[in-house]
Design a protein around this ligand. Structure first.
Ligand code: ADP
Ligand code: MG
Length: 155
């Protein structure tokens, strides 16, 4: 578990997380409204070096952010209003998930179907406004990557 005291800490954690991400990765974010999912995604976008401000895509379902300097595109999905992610296939995004990092807010219970391997991140607000962040890797080499991020966080 990671404790992020400020929004800037959450953003910085996203930047660090981006360093271990590869094309084809899927990240599923859960946590209540205001838990920090979009703040974390902005950090991931900054770490990937994508163009454009990563805003909450709540009203548009999905947004593609392209890298300015040849890293990996970010596909940012807000599943809040979707009943199933089959609708994601119909969106006709102009990048493929295999070539991108896909981050899905509110995706838990739905987005798992998109890939066998995914990183689940749960955010929980504490009374003092700090956020507890828990990562669970499913399949793939997530546990090694989580260990790497946690090592960097403690040094
Ligand atoms: P979500 O996408 O989960 O609804 P947002 O990232 O859009 O959440 O919003 C999180 C809100 O909580 C922001 O207004 C942010 O400034 C505030 N906040 C306060 N403390 C933290 C923290 N430790 N980490 C992340 N956000 C925080
Ligand atoms: Mg959000």
């Amino acid at each position: 578990m990671q404790l992020l005291h400020e929004p800037a800490d959450m953003h910085a954690f996203g930047v660090r997380l981006a360093q271990v991400l590869r094309p084809g990765d899927l990240i599923i974010l859960s946590g209540d409204l205001g838990a920090g999912k979009t703040t974390l995604t902005k950090g991931i976008g900054a770490g990937l070096g994508v163009a454009g401000v990563v805003a909450s895509p709540t009203f548009i379902i999905a947004r593609v952010h392209r890298p300015t300097d040849g890293r990996i595109p970010l596909v940012h999905v807000d599943a809040y209003r979707l009943s199933s992610l089959d609708e994601l296939d119909d969106l006709d995004l102009d990048v493929s998930m295999d070539d991108s990092v896909t981050v899905v807010e509110w995706g838990s219970g739905m987005a798992e179907r998109l890939s066998d391997s995914y990183l689940e991140i749960h955010l929980e607000a504490r009374d003092d406004d700090a956020r507890e962040l828990t990562m669970t890797g499913h399949d793939g080499d997530w546990s090694a990557r989580i260990a790497q991020i946690e090592k960097e966080t403690t040094c």
